[in-house]
Design a protein around this ligand. Structure first.
Ligand SMILES: NC(=O)c1ccc[n+]([C@@H]2O[C@H](COP(=O)([O-])OP(=O)(O)OC[C@H]3O[C@@H](n4cnc5c(N)ncnc54)[C@H](OP(=O)(O)O)[C@@H]3O)[C@@H](O)[C@H]2O)c1
Length: 288
């Protein structure tokens, strides 16, 4: 079987459990595509997975390839895949409950892949899927954000936040964002300052608190006459990514990449994410 380089864990732990090593290059099964990865990322999700915090949510087995975001080219399509062909430039979100994308090749269900925005290089395209799908679900699918509403976005300079600000503006909402060290960057998007529990009191009756971090209390929501929801994204998302690509190519959404590291330095990227002050996204460049 051919080999590839991949970032895998053999046990849960700190960044030192991340091994950049040879791994078997996978073969696509039914409805899957094999992507030659040109860029991928690290999200807080990967750090949580590595540390073992997600073992109660998903059935993982070791060794496990980390990573969710991917931008690259289709290497091979599995049986039943008609929407892509070898050589297509694509981006998507894989991993989550299976081997991921921090590797030279990644298997992703075809339903979680779309043609990459033509106006972006691979580093910027890889920066988009995980955080954009999260912001999309929070603002549009859970909160049902409409023109003229006011939305408060915490950690607005981070991966999810900087895209959420742009999507909310695009929808015609008034946007307030919170940040500390990144306030100048945020002024280029919008502004503000605070966290989940203290956020209840800024909601008006009928408003909604959507969290990406921990499920808000239904009891508190009921007592205040507001709604609550938690983002948990893992559905087929190719259609949304196609829509996102159109928005990107028409200049309406712009990902911000603050650092590009080689795949072999994934552990350093985890350390940076765990520092909790990332501006936009940290990307891993892959040279096969
Ligand atoms: N449920 C889901 O499906 C889902 C999906 C994606 C992400 N998430 C979660 O959503 C959170 C954000 O993800 P991300 O990718 O945007 O992370 P990120 O890029 O690492 O976020 C970094 C940002 O967080 C801000 N920040 C740090 N501490 C803060 C605090 N106490 N209050 C307000 N802002 C603070 C920092 O802003 P300053 O430097 O300006 O302080 C920085 O810009 C993470 O906890 C992640 O696990 C959940």
């Amino acid at each position: 079987m051919s080999q590839m380089k991949a970032v895998r864990i053999h046990a849960y732990g700190g960044p030192d459990v991340l091994a950049y090593e040879d791994a078997p290059r996978p073969k696509p099964g039914a409805d899957e595509v094999l992507i030659r990865v040109l860029a991928t990322t690290v999200n807080p999700f990967d750090c949580a997975l590595r540390a073992g915090y997600l073992s109660g949510f998903f059935q993982y087995s070791f060794p496990l390839v980390l990573g969710t975001d991917v931008s690259g080219t289709i290497e091979e399509v599995g049986p039943g895949v008609t929407s892509f062909k070898r050589g297509d430039s694509v981006y998507g979100r894989g991993g989550v409950d299976r081997d991921g994308t921090n590797a030279e090749y990644a298997l992703v269900p075809a339903s979680k892949v779309a043609i990459k925005p033509g106006s972006l290089d691979n580093a910027h395209a890889a920066a988009l899927p995980h955080v954009t799908l999260t912001a999309w679900q929070a603002l549009f699918e859970l909160a049902g954000l409409t023109r003229g509403q006011t939305v408060l976005i915490h950690a607005a300079a981070g991966g999810v936040g900087h895209i959420a600000v742009q999507l909310a503006k695009l929808r015609g909402a008034k946007v307030i964002g919170t940040a500390s060290a990144n306030s100048n960057f945020l002024r280029e998007l919008p502004i503000g300052g605070d966290t989940q529990e203290r956020s209840w009191k800024v909601l008006k009756r009928g408003g909604i608190l959507v969290s990406t971090v921990q499920a808000p209390s239904q009891e508190t929501a009921d007592s205040l006459g507001v709604r609550q929801a938690m983002v948990f994204t893992n559905p087929p998302i190719g259609k949304t990514l196609t829509e996102v690509a159109t928005l990107v190519d028409s200049g309406k959404i712009k990902p911000h990449v603050s650092a590009v590291l080689p795949l072999a330095e994934t552990a350093r990227a985890h350390g940076m994410i765990e520092g909790k002050h990332t501006r936009g996204k940290i990307v891993l460049q892959v040279t096969a």
